[in-house]
Design a protein around this ligand. Structure first.
Ligand SMILES: [Zn+2]
Length: 282
């Protein structure tokens, strides 16, 4: 179930300036709402969009032109300039340049993980390819990383559905860890956690809404990389956006070390610590 698009568009018509608006949720399935518990947000960066969440019935929804969000993917025309590359079934370190292997190894990524998660070297672009998928294995996007510091851009992306649905969650569990890239997400999943990779420090509201409102997610840890003002501001923004959609504890873990640079056992300990907080707070 999601909040009907027609209702969202009637309450917040086209041309409404960016901001957050509150309404009583008419016909709220959780009972009459008199406390204006339906929040509808018009994002600053995309004022054609509407993201709705009701704190009474905990349903979400959204409207975006003719698309529907909130449990359903809205296909957006992706750039046709570059098409997705099929990941090979198995990936061998021996087939990659030593710079690629060094980068993967420093992030604790093994050959086996490369095959499992679709990380490979693309001869044509001479870049390392990170494959982002959804739960059923559909490739949502690929990020191509340069292997030499002088090659710009460092990353470029090929999206199937648009940047707002460019990545899916890896791993299981009640603790959702939001990471910057696929390598960190893989390491979290391998350490027994659930991870949403962002492809940077910017999270799309639709993407967050889709993942944080899931029943299986009990708490969220925002774990971005280094300790500078820009990243801190981004993390705060992510926490604020999550708060709009879900009444769940959200923590931030700001450190110089991303999950991919933390040793496996230590990473497991950190995840366990947050899981335990979750149990003790009930
Ligand atoms: Zn409601």
């Amino acid at each position: 179930m999601s909040i009907p698009r027609e209702l969202i568009q009637r309450l917040v018509p086209d041309g409404t300036p960016p901001g957050q608006y509150r309404f009583n949720h008419e016909d709220c399935p959780a009972g009459t709402d008199t406390k204006r518990r339906l929040y509808i947000r018009v994002p600053e960066d995309n004022p054609a969009q509407r993201i709705a969440y009701c704190h009474n019935c905990q349903e979400s929804g959204g409207a975006r032109g003719k698309g529907l969000i909130g449990g359903r993917r809205a296909p957006v025309l992706a750039s046709k300039a570059r098409s997705l590359i099929d990941p090979p079934q198995t990936v061998a370190y021996d087939d990659m340049p030593v710079t690629a292997v060094a980068l993967l190894m420093s992030a604790g990524i093994t050959e086996e993980m490369c095959s499992k998660y679709g990380l490979f070297y693309d001869e044509r672009s001479q870049r390392l390819v990170y494959t982002y998928r959804d739960r059923d294995g559909t490739i949502l996007s690929q990020q191509l990383r340069a292997l030499h510091p002088l090659i710009q851009p460092k990353y470029y992306s090929i999206d199937r559905y648009g940047a707002e649905f460019s990545s899916g969650v890896l791993g299981e569990g009640p603790l959702l860890v939001i990471t910057e890239d696929l390598l960190s997400a893989i390491r979290v999943a391998e350490a027994g956690g659930r991870a949403l990779p962002l492809r940077g420090v910017y999270a799309h509201a639709e993407q967050l809404c889709y993942e944080v409102t899931k029943d299986e997610v009990a708490t969220i840890l925002v774990w971005l990389d280094n300790d500078n003002d820009h990243v801190i501001a981004r993390a705060d923004q992510i926490v604020e956006t999550i708060g709009m959609f879900a009444v769940k504890p959200v923590y931030t873990y700001l450190t110089e070390e991303e999950p991919k640079h933390i040793e496996h056992n230590e990473l497991q300990e950190i995840l366990n610590e947050y899981q335990q907080r979750l149990c003790s707070t009930g």
